[in-house]
Design a protein around this ligand. Sequence first.
Ligand SMILES: [Zn+2]
Ligand SMILES: [Zn+2]
Length: 317
Amino acid sequence: MANCSICSKQAIYVIKSGGLALCKKHFLEYFDRKVRRTIRKNKLFRKNEHIVIAVSGGKDSLSLLHYTVNLSKRARMGWRITALTIDEGISGYRDYTIKRVEELSSSLGVELKIASFKDYFGYTLDEVVKISGERGLPYLPCTYCGVFRRYLLNRVAREISGTVLATAHHLDDVVQTYLINIFNNNWSNIHKLTPSLTSIHKLFVRRVKPFYEVLEKETTLYAILNGLYPSERTECPYAPLSFRWQVRRVLNYLEESRPGLKYSTMKSLMEATSLKNVASSEAMTCIVCGEPSSHEVCKACQLRAELGLLELREVKT
Ligand SMILES: [Zn+2]
Ligand SMILES: [Zn+2]
């Protein structure tokens, strides 16, 4: 590999679109500058905030936890940080990643809260997937997981008095979601794809994405350089079944032949989200569970009803 464009030491990272090569030290500085810019520009964190970080135990969320704790020491804004892990109940996968989260939280000295699907919904994701198959429902595992996890993250973050919920979605995630929603002509979801999402609903915890402008390979490198990269398999076993998985592959292929394509797609998304400001997202209250929702019945309750795990007697359809 080339030498660092700044100090001419051995480079470990090359930005093809910018013609820049960086050594370890200058890569970490570049990474830090980029994340801090996102935080500052979008006012992601305020003073004396209780930041709840959604940590799945994968490289991205371990990086976010590590990064935010370190930033907190430098920024001196009086932040309190709690790691929040959702145990979906995926055998052979979740047990291992929870161990990683426990290790990192304790070494960083942050509190860790674990909330499980089983405790809140009565069923693990594996059980839900089985019931769904028996009932012949058309949903993929990732649909249930995504809806239930988002639901629980908001609810538990609020229960532990968090003032903001930070997730480790990076530029690749954001661009994938953007394209998937374009394919589905789902503009209400596209307008929610901003670095910071608020709602007028008082039960909705502000949701922020500090890695919004960071590429997936950059969070991976951050994780490796800081010794956070999990040595064993941490990819969810259900992930390859999802449409997102295919979109991710196509995007990586396209980026290879046209470096900078992911960035320009993100710019396109920013234009799109600036066209219409949706403060009205999740402003309704689910008539079944009382949580914030975009519809009369929230998506989590709707899926549970379809699975036969919940009776919607009071719901008129
Ligand atoms: Zn350098
Ligand atoms: Zn509900």
